[in-house]
Design a protein around this ligand. Structure first.
Ligand code: SF4
Ligand code: SF4
Length: 145
């Protein structure tokens, strides 16, 4: 199958289940992770267009990458986060940044960014270690939002 396909399968199965059933969604809190979004995603996230003049008050900041924005850490939880169920209100259509978080696949490593609660004790993590080592990769935890 190859690493990419096996990794995608793991993300959709074991990791997806961990996200939805065990995690307290620490990455949906902007104090833990940084969500980078384009204009369309921004509109979907707030449920309406936010004029540039209102960005600052709404907690929207321009990212270094052109055309991308991030949400200020002071905002706390993302507008699409349901604090009662502690789940995303639009998980199937969440931004690319959420879909990719917290992983970076590199030649010899799978990087897990800080802000994700997946820990060594969980079977999903152990499965990832097995998968990574099958392809000669190590797991690296990297600080930084
Ligand atoms: S869009 Fe959903 S998954 Fe992404 S940060 Fe917001 S609540 Fe979390
Ligand atoms: S913190 Fe990690 S495990 Fe939890 S929902 Fe976010 S990506 Fe999934």
């Amino acid at each position: 199958m190859g690493f990419e396909a096996d990794f995608a399968k793991w993300k959709n199965s074991e990791f997806g289940t961990y996200c939805m059933t065990k995690c307290k969604a620490t990455c949906c809190d902007m104090r833990n992770a940084s969500l980078h979004i384009n204009e369309l995603e921004l509109k979907a996230l707030f449920g309406k267009e936010i004029e540039p003049a209102e960005h600052k008050a709404a907690g929207i900041r321009e990212a270094k990458e052109r055309g991308l924005y991030y949400l200020d850490a002071d905002m706390g939880f993302c507008p699409k986060f349901d604090t009662t169920t502690r789940k995303c209100l639009d998980y199937a259509r969440r931004p690319k940044s959420c879909r990719e978080f917290p992983f970076l696949a590199e030649n010899d490593a799978v990087v897990i960014k800080s802000g994700c609660s997946l820990g060594k004790g969980d079977p999903a993590y152990r499965k990832l270690v097995e998968l990574a080592s099958r392809y000669g990769k190590v797991i690296v935890k990297r600080a930084g939002r």
